[in-house]
Design a protein around this ligand. Structure first.
Ligand code: SF4
Ligand code: SF4
Length: 321
């Protein structure tokens, strides 16, 4: 169940930190108005042909309030409902927690391209940790095989299939860069995606309408769309889940890397880092001058991808000198 709740303003308005911004939550208003006219089921089917719509979907479920507007009691109810649904749909007992950002933390990630060997174990760990659809082998990480001398990620080959590392190549894993100026957030018409205080860009899967604008806007190809309901065998489901990260996503919504916030907000490392056999990955708190990530930033010649776009990634790359 949820923990680390934000404080309500005490006005009974249901917000967490003062008055809610009504512009944030216009999806609810649109849905309520249209639902009153058409009937919720008819409207839902017309509005989102790909989005999962079960005959048993309740009005409450369809009209669920935006995550940032839920009161603590409402959030507990939502989480209980989601845990029950996972039990019914997948047969698995899972715990969905509401991990919140910690004060004084801004996460950053760095990758040493000199020692990445392109083994894709990070991508495989991501696949399992985040309960991705087994049929697709989906992962939030794309490992690009790059020709030495080129730094253009668009020229990288994600489909290489030979023993690694190849002597003429180097390898560049790319995932969400948790941009400080995220174009994906700007384009979302219903504000279903936003940047949290610790720098992680998240999606409320129960608010996303599946328009895929954010996928088109991301210059790093970091977002994934759930074309089908994910299939994960019961005994392979990671039961330690979080509302904003690795709970099993519904069909018809967007998903993305959250730096494993269900782990990192508990002080643990991302699954991809733990799986890396060469130690190419460095993660930590950019605001802590003694952290490993700060040591890298302060002592290596780091660079970011597509700097010219002004996205200001929190993901850095470097080579050993
Ligand atoms: S990398 Fe893409 S998905 Fe991640 S914050 Fe930047 S624009 Fe958004
Ligand atoms: S697909 Fe992306 S842009 Fe569209 S509603 Fe969902 S999060 Fe927002």
């Amino acid at each position: 169940m949820s923990d680390n709740k934000k404080e309500s303003c005490g006005s009974g308005c249901g917000c967490h930190n003062g008055a809610p911004d009504e512009s944030l939550f216009n999806r609810r208003n649109v849905l309520k108005a249209a639902g009153a006219t058409l009937g919720v089921a008819a409207f839902a089917k017309a509005m989102a042909p790909i989005t999962e719509w079960k005959e048993t979907t309740s009005v409450d479920e369809f009209l669920q309030t935006h995550y940032r507007e839920l009161s603590n009691d409402q959030l507990d109810e939502v989480i209980a409902r989601l845990e029950e649904e996972t039990k019914k749909d997948y047969g698995a007992d899972v715990t969905i927690t509401d991990h919140r950002p910690q004060m004084g933390v801004k996460f950053g990630y760095a990758l040493n391209l000199s020692i990445c060997i392109g083994c894709r174990r990070c991508a495989e760990a991501c696949h399992h940790e985040n309960n991705h659809d087994r049929a697709t082998s989906n992962s939030y990480i794309r490992v690009l095989e790059m020709t030495k001398g080129s730094m253009d990620m668009e020229k990288g080959n994600v489909h290489y299939d030979h023993p690694v590392p190849h002597p003429d190549k180097f390898y560049m894993p790319v995932q969400c860069q948790q941009c400080d100026n995220p174009p994906c957030v700007d384009v979302c018409p219903v504000e279903a995606t936003w940047k949290e205080e610790d720098g992680i860009v998240v999606v409320d899967y129960n608010w996303c309408i599946g328009c895929r604008y954010c996928e088109a806007a991301c210059p790093y190809h970091a977002r994934r769309f759930n074309w089908k309901k994910p299939v994960v065998p019961k005994n392979e489901i990671n039961p330690n889940q979080s509302y904003l990260s690795n709970r099993i996503r519904p069909q018809g919504v967007m998903e993305k890397c959250t730096f494993c916030l269900h782990r990192t907000r508990e002080g643990r490392m991302p699954a991809c880092l733990e799986a890396c056999p060469t130690g190419a990955r460095v993660f930590g708190n950019l605001l802590d001058p003694h952290s490993e990530i700060r040591k890298v930033i302060d002592t290596k010649r780091v660079f970011v991808l597509k700097e010219e776009l002004g996205t200001r990634p929190s993901f850095f790359y470097f080579f050993d000198e």
